[in-house]
Design a protein around this ligand. Structure first.
Ligand code: ZN
Length: 441
């Protein structure tokens, strides 16, 4: 039996241990400061929800009596002192996920496409239909990744010049990193319309429309969210804000009524609006891209989750002033909701949010614009963003007809107000069963 170490030895051991800790501490990257509480806050109506949104919380789910969202400790304190009742309160830094060897989705969610897989799948799709599809980079993310746009047009001249006189539509997704399902649905849509290009209704649509699909705008954020093999609940881009925090909320960074509510100038907030409108490369690239396509009449931005169809405005509780535009947004949203079972509403009926894509695309450019909040309907704990691979087929099937309907109406969205709103589209085209096989890896 060895003797107990002397006081001198114990002291030396303590010093050695302390120096190891200090050294490793100095070498480790500084801990990122970010909103890390997932909280439920009681809220009776859109006005209370807007007050909550104004504290810098990113509201992720709206229930009849409350909201769920990501907050910092400071925001939670400020809510409580303003009299709000904070109910659930989870540490969101405990990320969920499977294997930990990193740099990809957890094994159970391998069906989702990381940036590299997305890039090769888009290249494959474009090469498989090179006569009517082309993939191009519309610019770079902050970290230098290409932002891909798949262009579908039956005219070789249009593909070559990236411009067309045919009526256009843009499907864009993944402004928010952790909303991985949002990228899968437009990707499957691209594959579907090209695989079924001989089907008469789709053939007619492909002949008559100019189609653009930008499935992964925030590629840096996506990669960060899965970089450890465990989900990070990451929302924003990867801007180094210079104060220990990272990220600007790209869907609060657009320049129409920017910073007028429901976004935050607190850099640690998940809804940080950025130092200026269009301060971020990703929103700058998308702005220039949309502005360069004057033929575009309809824009659809995919997010998750809650099963909603949203239309402007987000920055105010006022409705769209131009009566025809209000009616066309309402009518189209209701029509699509009857097919996918989502809830159609003005965006600010949830809560005020300024600087989003669709307020800008409609408000600045007059493009009829929608946001889909895809499945699931409710948050299950913090699982709303990570609903698993099984939900992809359902989300696509639910939204195929709405996506085709928008494509159909893109020559004249105001046709929605007439008795015969659809042109080429006569029936609900079911997804082909072989698609599931194609997409499984
Ligand atoms: Zn989102």
């Amino acid at each position: 039996m060895s003797a107990a170490p002397s006081a001198a030895v114990r002291s030396a051991l303590t010093l050695a241990l302390a120096s190891v800790l200090l050294t490793s501490g100095a070498q480790a990257a500084p801990r990122e400061l970010r909103a890390s509480r997932f909280v439920q806050v009681r809220a009776a109506d859109k006005f209370e929800r807007s007050r909550i949104a104004n504290t810098g919380i990113s509201i992720e789910a709206v229930l009849s009596d409350s909201v769920w969202g990501f907050a910092t400790e400071k925001m939670v304190d400020s809510l409580k002192s303003s009299g709000f009742k904070v109910m659930g309160n989870f540490d969101a830094s405990v990320a969920r996920g499977g294997h930990q060897d990193g740099f990809d989705f957890p094994a159970a969610d391998a069906r989702y496409h990381n940036y590299t897989e997305m890039t090769s799948k888009l290249k494959f799709i474009a090469q498989s239909h090179a006569d009517i599809a082309r993939l191009s980079s519309i610019g770079k993310t902050l970290e230098g990744r290409d932002i891909w746009a798949l262009h579908i047009n039956s005219s070789p001249e249009a593909l070559a010049s990236r411009s067309s006189t045919k009526p256009g539509i843009i499907y864009v997704a993944n402004h928010h990193a952790r909303e991985h399902l949002s990228a899968e649905v437009p990707l499957m849509f691209a594959q579907h319309i090209l695989t079924n290009r001989m089907q008469p209704e789709i053939a007619a649509l492909l002949e008559a429309r100019d189609i653009w699909i930008v499935p992964m705008l925030n590629a840096d954020g996506v990669e960060h969210d899965i970089a450890t093999g465990r989900y990070q609940y990451w929302r924003k881009n990867r801007r180094n804000n210079g104060d220990g925090t990272f990220g600007v909320d790209l869907n609060r960074n657009y320049g129409f009524q920017w910073g007028t509510g429901g976004s935050s100038n607190d850099t640690s907030s998940d809804v940080y609006m950025g130092p200026n409108p269009f301060s971020e490369p990703e929103t700058q690239v998308f702005k220039a891209f949309v502005e360069g396509l004057p033929n575009v009449k309809i824009l659809l931005s995919f997010h998750t989750f809650s099963e909603l169809i949203l239309y402007p405005w987000g920055h105010t509780h006022d409705t769209i002033g131009k009566q025809d535009d209000l009616r066309v947004h309402e009518k189209m949203a209701r029509t699509m909701a009857a097919w996918n079972g989502y809830v159609p509403q003005q965006s600010s009926d949830l809560y005020i949010a300024s600087g989003d894509t669709t307020d800008w695309s409609y408000g600045q450019l007059g493009i009829i614009s929608f946001t889909f909040e895809l499945s699931p309907r409710n948050t299950a704990g913090m699982g709303g963003f990570y609903p698993g691979a099984k939900i992809v087929d359902k989300a696509f099937a639910d939204n195929l007809k709405p996506m085709l309907y928008l494509l159909d109406l893109a020559n004249d969205p105001y046709r929605a107000l007439t008795n015969r709103p659809t042109g080429f589209l006569k029936s609900y085209v079911q997804p082909q069963p072989e698609l599931s096989q194609f997409w499984s890896r």
